[in-house]
Design a protein around this ligand. Structure first.
Ligand SMILES: Cc1ncc(C[n+]2csc(CCOP(=O)(O)OP(=O)(O)O)c2C)c(N)n1
Ligand SMILES: [Mg+2]
Length: 178
């Protein structure tokens, strides 16, 4: 438990605005999001559903059952963002169970796909703000660098659940503020 932050290791709907479902077991967020999107489709409700998954998380089979259902039902109210940092808990994704060709996989399941630099907020906004009408669910594959901007953390799998020491924290804050 991380009592002093609203951005704990696992999302907490009681602490983080906009988060509606606690997750932590991998492969649960997308199936739950698909269920909420189906409910919205049946009710003809105006809301849209956003799900974020890790890339290593996509190795869970439950995601692909959900992907198949979302494609079948043409859930145009659903947007998935994949944090494509190419790392999972202890290693690189492609050395563990490779995900590529990732965009083709989503297309094969009946989704639209956008591939973007996940650190480029200006590029992300038009994909998320609903300004582009569509008839299918959208998967945004956002290429990111774990620990971006902190020299000793960048692209290091060990920072999946690393806790910085006081000295490391001071260095990290200095680098981020520079
Ligand atoms: C069902 C399930 N299996 C295993 C785990 C342990 N686990 C937690 S995170 C993780 C790796 C996930 O990879 P990714 O989402 O890419 O992590 P990130 O790049 O964000 O560090 C694993 C295997 C878990 N939380 N839930
Ligand atoms: Mg990852």
């Amino acid at each position: 438990m991380q009592p002093l932050t609203r951005l704990g290791g696992h999302p907490d709907r009681t602490k983080t605005p906009g988060v509606e479902t606690n997750t932590g077991p991998l492969g649960h967020g997308l199936p739950v999001g698909v269920g909420i999107a189906i409910a919205g489709q049946i009710d003809q409700a105006p809301y849209r559903v956003f799900v974020i998954t890790g890339d290593g998380e996509l190795q869970e089979g439950s995601n692909w059952e959900a992907a198949m259902t979302a494609g079948h039902r043409k859930l145009s109210n659903l947007t998935l963002i994949v944090d494509r940092n190419r790392l999972q808990q202890g290693a690189r994704t492609e050395d563990t169970v490779s995900l590529e060709p990732l965009a083709d996989k989503w297309r094969a399941f009946g989704w639209n796909v956008a591939e973007v630099d996940g650190h480029d907020i200006a590029a992300m906004i038009p994909l998320l703000d609903g300004s582009i009408p569509r008839e299918r669910p959208l998967c945004v594959i956002a290429s990111t660098i774990k620990g971006k901007g902190i020299s000793f953390m960048e692209d290091q799998a060990s920072w999946h659940h690393g806790v910085p020491s006081a000295d490391q924290f001071a260095i990290a804050m200095k680098e981020l503020e520079a």
